[in-house]
Design a protein around this ligand. Structure first.
Ligand code: CP
Ligand code: NVA
Length: 317
């Protein structure tokens, strides 16, 4: 499978990828998942190295990158801010230049989107955004794969994000849904409305794909939803806002009553994880029969492998 147009590219946000390219990555991800399930051993990253830079904690993203790369013969190296001079003692640009001389690609998880951009600019190798304050693109790809596994082609399906409408997960979903023709509704109190600039940036993609992007404070917005999605009420780095968020978001908890309000028995529940059970979602929903959160977590690995195969090797073979 030739994916030559991906070679050498970074994934910082889905704003930089066309709907057709996202489609190709989803198809490759489905293929690598099947290969994994059949127990096929492939060594598509032999002789390659991946720097995994973390300013924030991670379970899924770290494990997905590390195992997807390592099991194909690559050498991933985990580097937290305790280990290297990331933005301390030497400039970020210099760190990027050096990492670019030693690694085939770099994953960055941290605070500022601009850090991921600088790493990409100065390293000269593909940089993957493994979550910043602004975006979580690899998560969104796994979310769409999960949607597709349940409903087939996701075009025209209705995904509702209920919770902190301005967070990185909601923002990445807005971009990917607008590109792929998925109706996306953010249900959030006005104080947490997504950034107007992002909604405006997504508008032309939605117009081209037929996606309807909506923002509402009303829980009635879940009606007809194929999937309800939520995330923690206070993201990493916002721990001081926790009490205020609980007050604001309490009515927006995803519980069985809200699942029932979609009016569809087939509605699935999605969560990027980690989850705080009893806050943004009740245990009966996330651990219940309509939850797909665990498939979604597994899909992080397959989608991330697909992104790395395309951007490092330029082929899925
Ligand atoms: N969903 C997600 O990114 O999980 P981690 O924070 O564990 O990587
Ligand atoms: N919005 C959450 C996502 C965690 C995967 C955070 O940034 O903490």
């Amino acid at each position: 499978m030739s994916l030559e147009q991906f070679k050498g590219r970074s994934l910082l946000t889905w704003l930089d990828y066309s709907p057709e390219e996202i489609r190709e990555l989803l198809d490759l991800s489905k293929l690598v998942k099947e290969q994994k399930q059949k127990g096929e051993i492939r060594l598509r990253f032999t002789g390659k190295t991946l720097a995994l830079l973390f300013e924030k904690r991670s379970t899924r993203t770290r494990c997905a990158f590390e195992t997807a790369f390592g099991e194909e013969g690559g050498h991933p190296v985990f580097l937290s801010t305790q280990d290297i001079h990331l933005g301390v003692k030497e400039s970020l640009e210099d760190t990027a230049r050096v990492l670019g001389r030693m690694f085939t690609a770099i994953q960055f998880r941290g605070f500022k989107q601009s850090t991921a951009e600088t790493l990409a600019e100065y390293s000269g190798v593909p940089v993957y955004n493994g979550l910043t304050d602004d975006y979580h693109p690899t998560q969104a790809l796994a979310d769409i794969q999960t949607l597709e596994e349940n409903f087939g082609c996701p075009r025209g399906k209705k995904l509702c994000f209920v919770g902190d409408g301005r967070n990185n997960v909601a923002r990445s979903l807005m971009v990917i849904c607008s590109k792929l023709g998925i109706d996306f509704t953010v249900i959030t109190p006005e104080a947490l409305n997504p950034d107007r600039k992002l909604i405006d940036a997504c508008a032309p993609f939605a117009a081209a794909s037929g996606a309807k992007i909506r923002v509402t404070a009303s829980l009635g917005g879940v009606e007809g939803a194929d999937a309800l999605y939520t995330d923690v009420w206070a993201s990493m780095g916002e721990e001081d806002k926790k009490a205020e968020r609980i007050k604001l978001l309490k009515p927006y908890q995803v519980n069985q009553a809200l699942m029932d309000r979609t009016g569809k028995k087939e509605t699935i529940f999605l969560h990027c994880l980690p989850a705080v059970k009893g806050e943004e979602v009740t245990a009966d929903v996330i651990d219940g029969p309509r939850s797909r959160a665990w498939d979604e977590a597994e899909n992080r690995k397959h989608t991330i492998k697909a992104v790395m195969l395309a951007t490092i090797n330029g082929t899925g073979d």
